[in-house]
Ligand binder design. Structure first.
Ligand code: HEM
Length: 448
């Protein structure tokens, strides 16, 4: 499916929030959009609507990733529990990494950066999320981060190629043409040594352990997990973090560049909260206008246009009466819901503080937060498989944008083509840019 946003918008309007089906490259997908159906799809157990079966088909993972990772998702439970708890020390790691990482990833001349913003943001996110997934020297290795970025891109390209072939030929095609496995194996070789030394340490002494994804997986892996499997799951998390978060940051920077008047308001908020709390988790939590800005940025241009992609494991009927024969792929539309005037008044206006002003008017409420999930706010999905990395993702995105707004003036060069930085194809995340984003280092700098 190309022009995904437009096709889903058309279906949403034409069928008045009822279900409709769309031809993807290799199959039909049923899309639901009314509240009951979106909640129902999000809450169904995997025995009825399976996320791993849909992921396998969408990304052809049976041919591109390590087999065990495909069939059993223990690492997702660890991510969900660790990232839902205290993120304070993780935020400290991120803000420690940020200043140097920004300087190295956005190299320009005389304080002016006019290069490929999407590529630079990807490098930045690869490094920041690498710090949380692996360790310090590894996340700063440009060879390692380039391999992880390449793996995240090749998974989508490989899936696209494999879909052209019948199942019987896919193993051969994957062996000859897929670069995902070789990229991941090369990235894994950067982690193997640190993995081995961490394993030895875990067995010999009880000294304080690092607080990162690699360590969580070493400690939490079931006995059946092989070393290769554990390392590949760390990489799987790292590459999941890169594409989604870098798309959200690229979009936010483009929106900041397009609306410099809002950048001023956000800059003032960041200066105030950092002066009060330093670069801490508390300060990031108190950046409410920035939180609202990011949510509006995503409302207008969601990272993924649909969520909750599942495969029906048997015939079933959703609570709104939609019948799904066994094997049907079903998903919930996201971008059309975010563009529904009955839910979001003045929907065509970029209103960066629409959520923070509700927060101010109605009192503290998590429902206005960027990370909240509901049938009307679907950037992070909804229900039992809603994004388990969203609290970390939101803190990282906020820290990056807050830092950039303090250090740079951003503007858009409008005579350049900047509509989409990706293809807008299927689930491939892509930011919508109003033109080329130019960054100029500010003279009066505050902060980190
Ligand atoms: C702005 C950044 C991000 C966005 C917009 C995003 C969005 C999503 C969405 C829409 C889903 C699918 C939910 C569903 O199927 O119902 C998802 C799943 C997932 N995300 Fe994120 N994500 C982001 C960042 C991250 C990060 C940083 C991590 C890890 C550190 C992460 C880890 C995961 C995992 C492991 C899943 C699979 C959950 C499962 O199958 O139960 N995500 N994410």
């Amino acid at each position: 499916m190309v022009r995904t946003d437009a096709v889903l918008q058309e279906g949403y309007k034409k069928y008045s929030r009822g279900p409709f089906k769309v031809a993807m490259f290799d199959r039909w997908v049923v899309f639901v959009s009314n509240r009951d159906a979106v909640e129902d799809v999000g809450r169904r157990p995997d025995s009825e609507l399976s996320v791993s079966e849909s992921t396998k088909e969408l990304f052809e993972t049976a041919y591109t990733v390590v087999k065990e990772t495909n069939n059993d998702q223990w690492h997702v439970d660890i991510i969900r529990s660790k990232f839902s708890r205290d993120l304070s020390s993780i935020v400290l790691d991120i803000v420690d990494e940020l200043p140097l990482a920004v300087v190295e990833c956005f190299q320009g001349t005389e304080g002016r950066f006019d290069g490929d913003i999407k590529a630079s943001v990807q490098k930045l996110v690869a490094r920041m999320s690498g710090r949380v997934c692996v360790d310090v020297p590894t996340c700063r290795s440009s060879e390692y981060t380039a391999l992880v970025i390449r793996s995240s891109e090749s998974i989508m390209k490989d899936a696209f190629v494999l879909k052209v072939f019948p199942d019987a030929l896919k193993p051969t095609v994957a062996r000859l043409a897929s670069s995902t496995r070789s990229c991941m194996a090369a990235a894994a070789s950067h982690i193997e040594e640190i993995y081995r030394s961490r394993k030895e340490q875990s067995e010999t002494d009880a000294q304080e352990k690092p607080n990162d994804v690699l360590q969580w997986f070493i400690d939490g892996a079931p006995a059946r997990a092989s070393d290769e499997d554990i390392i590949h799951r760390v990489l799987a998390i790292h590459l999941t973090a890169i594409h989604t978060s870098s798309t959200a940051i690229t979009q936010a920077l483009s929106d900041l560049a397009s609306y410099p008047e809002h950048a001023e308001v956000i800059r003032a908020e960041v200066e105030t909260v950092v002066a009060a709390d330093g670069w801490t988790k508390a300060a990031i939590d108190n950046m409410r206008k920035l939180d609202s800005f990011l949510k509006e940025s995503q409302r207008c241009n969601c990272v993924v246009p649909f969520v909750s992609l599942r495969k029906a494991m048997d015939d079933l009927t959703l609570t709104d009466g939609t019948f799904l024969p066994k094997g049907t792929m079903v998903a919930a539309v996201a971008s059309p819901i975010h563009h529904d005037a009955s839910l979001y008044p003045s929907l065509h206006t970029f209103d960066p503080f629409r959520f923070s002003s509700m927060f101010d008017a109605e009192g503290p409420s998590v429902t206005q937060r960027f990370t909240h999930t509901s049938a009307r706010w679907l950037t992070f999905g909804y229900g039992r498989h809603a994004c388990p990395g969203r609290f970390f993702a939101a803190d990282m995105v906020k820290a990056v944008v807050a830092h950039m707004v303090l250090k740079y003036n951003l503007k858009v060069q409008r005579d350049t083509d900047g509509m989409r930085s990706g293809l807008g194809f299927g689930l491939k995340p892509s930011a919508k840019l109003g033109g080329k984003v130019i960054m100029e280092r500010r003279k009066a700098e505050t902060g980190t």
